[in-house]
Structures are given as structure tokens and as C-alpha cells.
Ligand binder design. Structure first.
Ligand SMILES: [Zn+2]
Length: 269
């Protein structure tokens, strides 16, 4: 059954204006927004109920890959193949961030375009934003973490690489406090919530990754995404984790079939 409800995505329009993008949350479905005559507005989707993950592929023709795709994300990370890979180089510069709520998660994006990037397999990807899922989207041998943060990167020609970082409960992590402080008040406008973030300090010290070819984890579930999931979680206090979950506590797509994909574990010491 096709869902014919079309909601003008003001958050998406804001994205386009600032030239940003999102791997896992590309459309904002603000239910109170004024309906638009624009036919291009994407169908509303959610994480539960009639518009939940099982239905995504039928909600809109643009979401068909969510059902038809064979290299979807997230996955349960079980069997991995060790390989001596070049480490990911993180060129993150502490600076001003805009924090916003797109209707499916809360994101932070660097407001100085082009300062931050990673190099993965010799390719430079600009850092666009991070956002979170609660609980984690990826699992490890069937076990989920309380949170997973996705650091989203994109090349000039549109290739996407995401670095996933698991969060487990433990010591408080002050580097996250500027973001956490604004989760509850974030609106759809990143210019309305500006803070200073030391992006590099958000990452685990051990940056060993599991890598595989997957997809966006939100509609339209486009494939060709280079996934890099850090094997070492970071810690946050229970109160810090609770601040994320207070905003969204069920915004994780279920794990998808691996379908024979090679999941590589970087074995570089
Ligand atoms: Zn995500």
C-alpha cells in the first residue's frame, strides 16, 4: 500500500541550502509544517508502526532500494576477514558546529565548510556531520550498544563514507558535553544552535575498524556507502547516554542480511 501522505520537508530544504547531506537521515518530516504543492516532497517514514522499517520500500518509489537492495545497512558484525589496511586518517579541526534536529535524529555539522576530512584508501572525503542512533544500528554478534554515532563524509563527486562509533556506559566523556547540552533544544535550523566542538576528541583512541560496502540506513537506503565501524567503543556516563535517548530512543533500523558481503577487519597494529 502506497502512503500518499506528503509532508513538506523544511529540514531537507535547509540541508540543500547549506550544501550539506546526511547518510542516515536525509529527510525531515515535520508534521506541523505547512503542506506544500511540491510533488517532490518525500513520503513520511518512521521507526515503528505502519511507516516503519518493514514498509519503507513501499512508501515511495524513491525508497524502493530499502526493500530491493542486496547490500543494505546496518548489519550484525559476526565473521570478519582480517586484512592489513591503511589506517583512516582523520583531519578534523576543532571549530564551530551547528546542532539541529531533523525529525529522525539530532545532528552536528561543522559550520566552516571544507576544513574537516578523512582519507580512506587514498581518497579524501569531506566531513559533513555526525548524528546518533539509539540503540546502535550495527550489532556485534547480535549485541547492540546503547548508542551509535555516525560520522558522515562525502567526496566532491558524491561518494559517501561513514565512520560508526559505538557508545557504551562508563566514564563520562566531557568532549561530548557541548553537543549533549543542546540536544534537547535543537531545532531544524543549525544556525540557531552553535557550539564549539573538538571533533577529533569524540573518537576512540584505538581506531581499528571493520569495513564493508553498505547503504544509507534511512530511506532511500542508497547503496555504495563505505562503512567503517570502529571496534573499540567510546564511553559516556549514564546521564550522558540518557540525554541522547531522551530525544530519540528508537531510531535504529534493524540489521539487514549480509548476503555474502566481505566484512573486513583492519588488522594493522
Ligand atoms: Zn546514521
Amino acid at each position: 500500500m502506497k502512503n500518499t501522505t506528503k509532508v513538506f520537508a523544511t529540514g531537507l530544504a535547509a540541508f540543500a541550502l547549506i550544501g550539506s547531506m546526511s547518510a542516515c537521515a536525509t529527510s525531515a518530516t515535520t508534521e506541523t509544517a505547512t503542506p506544500s504543492a511540491t510533488a517532490a516532497a518525500p513520503a513520511a517514514w518512521s521507526y515503528s508502526g505502519a511507516n516503519g522499517p518493514d514498509a519503507w520500500g513501499t512508501l515511495d518509489p524513491a525508497y524502493a532500494t530499502c526493500t530491493d537492495g542486496t547490500a543494505q545497512s546496518p548489519i550484525d558484525i559476526t565473521t570478519t576477514t582480517p586484512a592489513d589496511l591503511p589506517n583512516i586518517t582523520f583531519n578534523y579541526v576543532a571549530g564551530e558546529a551547528g546542532i539541529f534536529n531533523n525529525g529522525h535524529t539530532v545532528e552536528a555539522e561543522p559550520l566552516m565548510e571544507g576544513e574537516d576530512a578523512i582519507t580512506l584508501d587514498g581518497v579524501d572525503y569531506a566531513f559533513k556531520q555526525f548524528h546518533f542512533h539509539a540503540p546502535s544500528e550495527h550489532a556485534v554478534n547480535g549485541t547492540h550498544y546503547p548508542l551509535e554515532v555516525h560520522f558522515v563524509h562525502k567526496t566532491e563527486d558524491g561518494k559517501i563514507a561513514v565512520v560508526g562509533v559505538f557508545v557504551q556506559e562508563g566514564a563520562a566523556n566531557p568532549a561530548w558535553d557541548p553537543f549533549i547540552a543542546d540536544i534537547a533544544t535543537a531545532t531544524e535550523d543549525p544556525e540557531a544552535n552553535k557550539v564549539q566542538i573538538d571533533w577529533a576528541a569524540l573518537l576512540p583512541t584505538d581506531q581499528t575498524t571493520v569495513r564493508y560496502d553498505g547503504s544509507l540506513t534511512t530511506p532511500g537506503c542508497a547503496e555504495g556507502v563505505k562503512w567503517n565501524v570502529m571496534t573499540t567503543p567510546i564511553t559516556m556516563s549514564a546521564d550522558q547516554i540518557a540525554a541522547f535517548a531522551a530525544a530519540y530512543d528508537n531510531n535504529a533500523r534493524p540489521v539487514q542480511p549480509v548476503n555474502g558481503r566481505v566484512v573486513t577487519l583492519d588488522s594493522t597494529p
